[in-house]
Design a protein around this ligand. Structure first.
Ligand code: NDP
Ligand code: AKG
Ligand code: MG
Length: 495
């Protein structure tokens, strides 16, 4: 029987074959059980086996600090009733040391993560220009971890370059498997790049009237940006489910895109997001434009369709007759279909779904942070936006994250390997520790998660922080080491 094939014993209990000898160079812990999944939700035993990847660069500092804090919080919360059995697996430089040159992501590692379902990792290096493609991205794609979830929340006392960082409380839901991260690109000057450019210039572009006489320069590198309806909608679906779990005043999902420029990829992401919200979640959602239409009618029940259309589209009078008719139809359609269910203010109880153009959202989260809650993005926009939002609440040292699929999840910080700080025991482990907090919450171990948040808040409030936060404090304070910060968090469990 192969790995992952379930069997049932005589009393119907699920039986998994022993896995220990299925690996080449690693051995799972002798105690502990697997996390399993049911309809995308994890079923977590009291003693789960959790694979971890230490990571390159600062991973060497971050992982021990994180493991210590997680174990201490679990022990303090549950005594010996609950415990994680950590299972060390390898990727990046450490993997090459054990498995041999260029063995950056051994099969042992991907098998273990698939088998045990929930894993946590430190950062992994990706060279720029040439060399291997990202191991981080590979792990997400191999395990189909399609939602990258990155909360950006302020902890009181954290120094920030922003005047009102406490107003930012957003969760970025970033599509995690496609967009340019699929990595389909061709280097400038290669035979295939030239062939592709010639094919585009001589056949496909001339056959597409909207492209006119455009031509691609022959000395270009070429990359492909696929955005699928499937990938977009499953991401937005997760974002909407998350919104449903939030308090009413945070039930907002903003679709972030650059659809004015990339109409059939980024623009389509927006359209598919709205389509999902207004079909699958029709009863739970209201779009921003629908709210304007209903609101106008509520304020003035005698308002004509045309006057309502003028109010939702300020440039209405200068539009073509066809466009005017389209907007009037939109108004009429909304009033006919959802007035009963969403009108008379009922829409105020629904999840607000709106959209913002990507460049604008970068300034909006700074100028109007409290107007946003969940930001649903494609892969590249979410990558940029998550670093920018983390900066507002104290920097990358405070930026946690999770990569979530339907049958697997890997938790990791937003930042990378920060090579200049590696091995110095100085970086902020808050990001990986908070990723561990997300993991505990995902597992349903809320008490341990809350204890760590309490300890972290206590350490920060007491100005016991690593260099990144210490240098921003006024006046600057003497920084703790990475390992000392972990100890400070544990100490403040008892505050
Ligand atoms: N998921 C992953 O594993 C990721 C991997 N990477 C990879 O990491 C490598 C390095 O990328 P780079 O662009 O330097 O970005 P990094 O995120 O690694 O570091 C950039 C800067 O962010 C700050 N920083 C990062 N981590 C921390 C921390 N824990 N505590 C405090 N400050 C922190 C430091 O700023 P300062 O020096 O100013 O204090 C650091 O120099 C690349 O190979 C990249 O591909 C990048 C992102 C994600
Ligand atoms: O994989 C990498 O090296 C970078 C990925 C990244 O920046 C991210 O996922 O935030
Ligand atoms: Mg990034």
């Amino acid at each position: 029987m192969g790995i992952g094939v379930n069997n049932h014993d005589k009393i119907g209990k699920i039986y998994f074959p022993p896995l220990r000898n299925m690996y080449d160079k690693i051995t799972p812990p002798t105690t502990g059980e697997k996390v399993t999944f049911n309809n995308g939700e994890p079923i977590v035993p009291n003693n789960p086996i959790i694979p971890f990847i230490r990571g390159d660069g600062t991973g060497i500092d971050l992982w021990p600090a994180t493991e210590k804090v997680l174990d201490a919080a679990i022990a303090a919360s549950y005594g010996d009733q609950r415990k994680i059995s950590w299972f060390k697996v390898y990727a990046g430089d450490e993997a090459c040391e054990l498995y041999g040159t260029y063995q950056y992501l051994p099969e042992d590692t991907t098998t273990a993560i698939r088998e045990y379902g929930v894993a946590i990792k430190g950062p992994l290096t990706t060279p720029i220009g040439g060399g291997i493609r990202s191991l981080n991205v590979a792990l997400r794609q191999i395990h189909d971890l399609y939602a990258c979830v990155r909360p950006c929340k302020y902890y009181t006392g954290t120094p920030s370059p922003h005047k009102t960082p406490e107003k930012l409380d957003v969760i970025i839901y970033r599509e995690n498997t496609e967009d340019i991260y699929l990595g389909i690109e061709w280097r400038q000057g290669t035979e295939i790049a030239e062939k592709l450019i010639n094919f585009l210039n001589t056949e496909l572009i001339p056959a597409t009237p909207e492209h006119g006489k455009k031509q691609i320069r022959l000395d270009s590198g070429i990359g492909i940006k696929p955005i699928s309806k499937t990938g977009s909608q499953r991401l937005v679906r997760r974002a909407i489910y998350q919104a449903l779990r939030l308090p009413k005043n945070k039930q907002m999902v903003t679709l972030v895109h650059k659809g004015n420029i990339m109409k059939y990829t980024e623009g389509a992401f927006r359209d598919w997001g709205y389509e999902l919200a207004t079909t699958e979640f029709r009863n739970e959602c209201i779009t921003e434009r629908e709210s304007w239409i209903l609101g106008n009618k509520e304020k003035n029940p005698d308002l004509s369709i045309e006057d309502n259309a003028k109010m939702i589209d300020p440039g209405y009078d200068s539009l073509t007759p066809e466009k005017k008719a389209e907007i009037s139809q939109e108004v009429e359609g909304v009033l006919n279909t959802i007035w009963e269910t969403h009108g008379n203010g009922k829409w105020k109880e629904k999840i607000m779904v709106n959209d913002r153009i990507a460049d604008s959202i970068f300034q909006q989260i700074q100028t109007r942070p409290d107007e946003y809650s969940i930001l649903a993005t494609m892969n590249l926009n979410g990558d940029y936006l998550s670093d920018a939002a983390a900066a507002m609440v104290g920097g990358l040292g405070m930026g946690p994250g999770a990569n979530i699929g339907d049958e697997c999840a890997i938790f990791e910080a937003t930042h990378g390997t920060a090579p200049k700080h590696a091995g110095l025991d100085r970086v902020n482990p808050g990001s990986l520790i908070l990723s561990g907090v997300m993991m505990l919450e995902y597992m349903g171990w809320q008490e341990a998660a809350d204890l760590i948040k309490k300890g972290l808040s206590g350490a920060i409030a007491n100005q016991e922080v690593t260099y990144d936060l210490a240098r921003l404090m006024e006046p600057p304070v003497e920084p703790l080491k990475c390992s000392e910060f972990a100890d400070a968090i544990i100490k403040h469990f008892n505050d």
